[in-house]
Every structure is written in C-alpha cells, then in structure tokens.
Design a protein around this ligand. Sequence first.
Ligand code: NCD
Length: 305
Amino acid sequence: MLKGRSIICPDDLSIEEIDDLFLLANDIIINKESYKESCNGYILATLFFESSTRTRLSFEAAMHKLGGDVVGFSDFNSSSVAKGESITDTVRTVECYSDLIVLRHPKEGAPILASNVLDIPLINAGDGAHYHPTQTLTDLYTIYNYKKKIDNLVIGICGDLKFGRTVHSLIKVLCKYKNISFVFISPDKLRLPDYIIKVLDKEGIKYIETDNLDNMKDLDVLYMTRVQKERFFNEEDYIKLKDKFIINNEVLKSAKEDLIIMHPLPRNNEISSEVDLDKRAVYFKQAKYGLYIRMALILKLLGIK
Ligand code: NCD
C-alpha cells in the first residue's frame, strides 16, 4: 500500500508497486475523463527551493487534472524561508494547509529531514546531486512504453554522472530489473560517485565506464544528461567539460534502429536540435509521460481509488 507513504529515495518503491503505477498511468491515459474529479477537495503543495520547469509544472498540472488544488512557491525568497525559517518549520506549517507535499531542495537529505516531522506524505522532487525518484518513475515508464519491458536491455548513460541526480536514482532502480547492463559514458572528472558503483558491484551488474561514444551500436537506450553547472565549484571546470559529448545525426549513424534517446531535460548542447526529428528521440514524449505517472503517484499516495 502506497497510501500515506513518503517517496524520498528511488528504492522506496518495489518493482510491484512501480508496475501498479504503470497500470494506473495507462488507465489514466485511456480514461482521462473518469479521473477529472478524483482529487476534489485535496491540496498539493509544491515547495521548490531550486529552479524547475517539468517537475513542478507536471506535478501541478497532474493535480489540476485530477480535480485537486495546488499551493506553494517556486521562489523561496517569497516565502518565510527568506526570513530564516528552517525547512522543518516550513513543512510543518505547509502541512496545516495541504494533503501532500512535493519538495525540491539543493541540500542532499533535506527531504528525509522534512518528512520525519510530517504526518502527510512528502515527495522528493530532487535533493542536490542525490536523488530524484519521480524522474526515475518517468524514465522507467518511458522505457516500458517504448520497449514493452524493462529487462534484458543495454542502457547507455552519458554526461554528468557525478552530479546528475536523475542518473543516480535511475541506476539504483534499474539494478533491480533482470539482465540490465550499462555503458557509462562521461569525462573522467564526471564519473559516477562511489556509492553508486558500490550498488552496481554489490548487485553484480554488468557495466563499463568509458569516455567515448564507441559503444553506440550496442545500446537499446541512450540516456543523455546535461553537465550540472550549478554543482560546480568553479566556472572554468564547467566550461572545459560541458560540451564533451554531443549527440547528432552523424553519431547516431551506428546506433540501433530501435534505440530510444532519452533526456530528463533541460538540455544544453548535448543533443543537437537536428536529432529532434529522429524517430528515436523520445525526450519530449518522456516529459509527457511524467505527467501521467505523477497523476498515478498522487492518487496512490492519497489512497484514492
Ligand atoms: C533534472 C533535475 O532537476 O535533476 N530535471 C528534471 O527534473 N527533469 C535534470 C537536470 O536538471 O539536468
């Protein structure tokens, strides 16, 4: 039962629970009309201490489409946080006015700290370079829709593997599926952190780490990410690394016909706009799937049938 639970880490959900969310999202897509009053009388709060387009707007749109209401802020300078209020006092207050909180925060661990003082569910919408579990649900739901399965796939993940929270979350969950192997493509300075490597090793997952795109032909999924400028200590390092990998039509010549090219977005230069016309580019569809899977998650956490 997901009712009343907070979603902080990618593995807060079992594979069975993720499958149930997929089924519900499928039904929402087919029977949109029948969900439009499901959340009448419920309020979702979105507290964003970092910038966002897709995550915040898709959560808010999801709640509106379910007939619920939304409160919150996307610029914390307009909240009492600017007056020095702690995160725990802020969420305790917001709990008085809402049924479910979605929190994005630059500090890793802020969502768990916040959820510990709450009686209502809290969803981590990204904490620093750590995790972003609902992007992972979006990513998995996209793979499931295109590949009809999430087993036996070769998944390339390219870009900023050090600071990319979507990457860390996605890998943790993919490790639970059968016969997944990874190709991790990044500059040496942006390789995966040790705690993710440890998970891979513990689970006995096959992976290679490389600094080139030579393995393109082997991939079933290519998950591109932007270099996370906001996590760098100095601009010079960022500039040196930001355009190391660029996917364009030329690079894709050797790729499989049924490859899917994903990106959590926003993109910078890592996917050329010419690729948008390639049928293998699914990143905008991925953003759309994020809406339906978040609708499903809201319903489950609120325990609405
Ligand atoms: C990602 C994030 O915020 O981590 N964006 C998103 O939620 N779709 C990826 C990123 O910012 O690069």
